[in-house]
Design a protein around this ligand. Structure first.
Ligand SMILES: [Zn+2]
Length: 677
């Protein structure tokens, strides 16, 4: 390559990197994106292309290098430069005033200034920068020793890979410094992760904190990147080099350096700090992430040093913890739900109760062991807690209430037969769950059909819960292949079904026959196979026949497929009933991998809702265009919608989109998106 071209390539790359960093910062640190995700992906794609032209120009702080690390064997222990202390907790105004009294005594002052910061519920992590470049990230561990999670930390987009050379208040930024903060997962990322895990037959994370802590310690950075972790900084070490006199300046400096700092406030005394605590306790539900309290720190750094620390915690800071969002209610009944894989899950039916603004009327009890652990009986008064998860949980039984209701209490026993089909239930060695093993169990069949038709599987619009119940109960559907044997006539004869809606549903079913292979693999509902694994398998094998033939060894050769997953796939295809089903399905669905033209385009996997009148296209035309480009169009706005396309005189869908914070675009932007694919 000629030097001149090389120089211009370098310049182009650098400009593009700056632009991408700017948008990463807007999105992940300031929560104020200016461009769509698709546009952002396009910039990244462009940068990758340019860097491919000049591989020697790739620097470790390029935005393309966030996921470069290889999977590791295990985590390496690292000693912290300065111990990561924990904080003492306070639970009441009185305890907080005691803290203030001790601080004022120690300082010999009548009044002390504080900074109050939201206490994010995640996992603490120290991040080291050398020569302004991210060099090492270490989890808190036991405070003295943590684990090196550098490769995973690099995937967190709120974490700068290199620090801006911005003037730091009065002083220049030292080349080496350490930032401390919290790795967190937003509610949205958490809910999505649990949905995916559930689909894949994996256990759900109990709360965003566990999910964040589990994710940052994973061995494979590629998977960590998909967990969408976030980072909020609260402390800057090496402050000896940086003449920052106050904690409030530390937080400002972190912001200047490109970090996200926890929302905070300067407080001229403890009364103001208390006011801040009360204010946020009311507002905590409106945050996109979980907080469990407020941290109150002495503002003066000199006074912090003077007060020092005990063996475990600083004397100049304290956590004010919020009460968990709990309520006491009564368990009216325990019902048993039968899932797609036949798993029997006990569910507590509760006397409806409001917890943090949401009415709760049922709660999963997970399995028989959990009921035993709680010592729960039907009729008991229980404490129910709503954590980060959308599903509330029973924390404990209020045994003190028992005397009053003793005559009404009933023991719960797990049914010895399936509550739906009356078939045999078994509990396999090493598993906590009981399962109905009747493959013809209507409950299992209904669940597996719902799964097959669901949005992320074959996406058969209109094959909803009520219709599936109707079809299975009337014997019209005995397996998923029967879906394709339905015709307009049969459907139109069903109760509450008109000719027009029968037509629409048949059209939807027809459309699903063209779905790509990864969706079909996912739709089959093989245990442990989520969307992601399905995509990997489709890419690797290229057709369902190849996947079916694969040996255990061949399956395990696919990246991210371990022995457990391989065994599950292998035995699925060797089960005669499944073989019969596949033979049937083959008549209706293509088993080969479709051309991947759809993948990698700007609209792949994106969901659109159209509202109002467009100038150039009719609704149907716009829908076709979007679908050709890999996107899909649904009729109503939900939190899963990516874009709402608003034409002239938009309807209530626009209001709903705005209320949910869904990106709204016009016809021109839609055309731009389409032209890119
Ligand atoms: Zn059953």
């Amino acid at each position: 390559m000629k030097t001149a071209t090389k120089a211009s390539l370098k310049q182009q790359i650098e400009k593009l990197r700056e632009r991408i960093r700017h948008h990463e910062h807007l999105y992940y640190v300031l929560d104020a994106p200016e461009i769509s995700d698709a546009e952002f992906d396009r910039l990244m794609e462009r940068l990758k292309q340019l860097e491919a032209q000049g591989p020697d120009l790739i620097t470790p702080d390029s935005p393309t290098q966030r996921v470069g690390g290889k999977p590791r064997e295990g985590l390496v222990q690292v000693r912290h430069s300065v111990q990561m202390l924990s904080l003492d907790n306070t639970y009441s105004e009185e305890e907080l005033r005691d803290f203030d009294r001790r601080v004022r005594q120690g300082a010999g002052k009548k009044k002390v200034e504080y900074v109050a910061e939201l206490k994010l519920d995640g996992m603490s992590m120290a991040v080291h920068y050398e020569n302004r470049m991210l060099a090492k990230a270490v989890t808190r561990g036991d405070g003295r020793m943590g684990e090196d999670v550098t490769e995973n930390a690099r995937t967190i987009r709120a974490l700068p890979l290199s620090l801006a050379e911005a003037p730091l208040t009065a002083a220049r930024l030292p080349a080496d410094l350490e930032v401390r903060g919290e790795v967190i997962m937003t509610q949205k990322a958490f809910v999505r992760l649990n949905e995916e895990r559930e689909q894949a037959g994996l256990s759900r994370f109990a709360n965003p904190r566990n999910a964040a802590a589990g994710s940052i310690r994973m061995l494979e950075p590629g998977i960590v990147a998909k967990r969408h972790l976030n980072y909020v900084a609260y402390m800057l070490l090496d402050k000896g080099h940086v003449p920052l006199a106050e904690q409030i300046q530390v937080l400002e400096a972190l912001t200047t350096l490109g970090f996200k700092a926890s929302p905070h406030q300067f407080c001229s005394d403890i009364d103001e700090a208390l006011e801040f605590c009360r204010e946020w306790e009311k507002k905590r539900d409106s945050l996109p992430y979980e907080i469990d309290g407020i941290v109150i720190k002495v503002n003066s750094i000199a006074l912090q040093d003077e007060l020092g620390t005990t063996a475990k915690a600083p004397r100049w800071a304290v956590a004010y913890k919020y009460a968990a969002r709990q309520a006491v209610t009564r368990v009216l009944d325990i019902r048993v739900h039968v899932g797609r894989t036949g798993t029997l899950t006990p569910v507590a039916i509760l006397e409806p109760v409001a917890i943090g603004g949401v009415t709760v009327s049922r709660s999963t009890l997970h399995n028989e062991d959990e009921i035993r652990r709680l010592g729960l009986k039907i009729g008991d008064a229980v404490v129910v807690e709503r954590g980060g998860d959308v599903i509330p949980k029973v924390v404990r039984v209020e045994t003190s209430e028992r005397a009053k209701h003793a005559h009404k209490l009933r023991e719960f026993a797990m049914p010895k037969q399936c509550p739906v089909c009356g078939g045999k239930v078994v509990r396999e060695e090493g598993e906590v769950a009981w399962r109905c093993i009747n493959v013809n169990c209507p409950a299992r069949l209904k669940e597996s059909i719902r799964h097959f038709a669901s949005r992320k599987a074959m996406d058969i619009n209109g094959l909803g819960e009520a219709l599936v119940d109707q079809l299975v109960d009337s014997g019209l559907i005995r397996d998923v292949a029967d879906i394709y044997r339905l015709n307009e006539e049969t459907l139109a004869n069903l109760e509450r079904m008109g000719r027009k809606s029968a037509q629409n549903r048949i059209a939807e079913i027809e459309k699903s026959r063209e779905k790509p292979l990864d969706r079909l693999i996912f739709a089959l509902g093989i245990r442990f196979i989520g969307e992601r694994t399905a995509t990997l398998l489709a890419d690797h094998f290229g057709s369902l026949d190849q996947l079916e033939k694969a040996s255990l060894e061949e399956l395990e050769a696919v990246s991210e497929v371990g022995p457990k997953v391989a065994t599950s796939i292998h035995s699925f295809f060797r089960e005669p009933r499944n073989q019969q089903l596949l033979e049937d399905l083959r008549k209706y669905i293509q088993f080969e991998q479709k051309k991947r033209a759809v993948k990698g385009t700007a609209l792949a996997g994106k969901s659109f809702v159209l509202t109002g009148t467009l100038e150039k296209y009719t609704r149907e035309e716009a829908k076709d265009k979007i679908e050709q480009a890999g996107g899909h169009v649904t009729s109503s706005v939900s939190k899963k919608t990516d874009y709402v396309v608003a034409g002239a005189d938009p309807g209530s869908k626009l209001d709903k989109a705005q209320a949910l914070g869904i990106k709204v675009i016009g016809e021109k932007e839609l055309e731009e998106l389409l032209s890119k694919s």
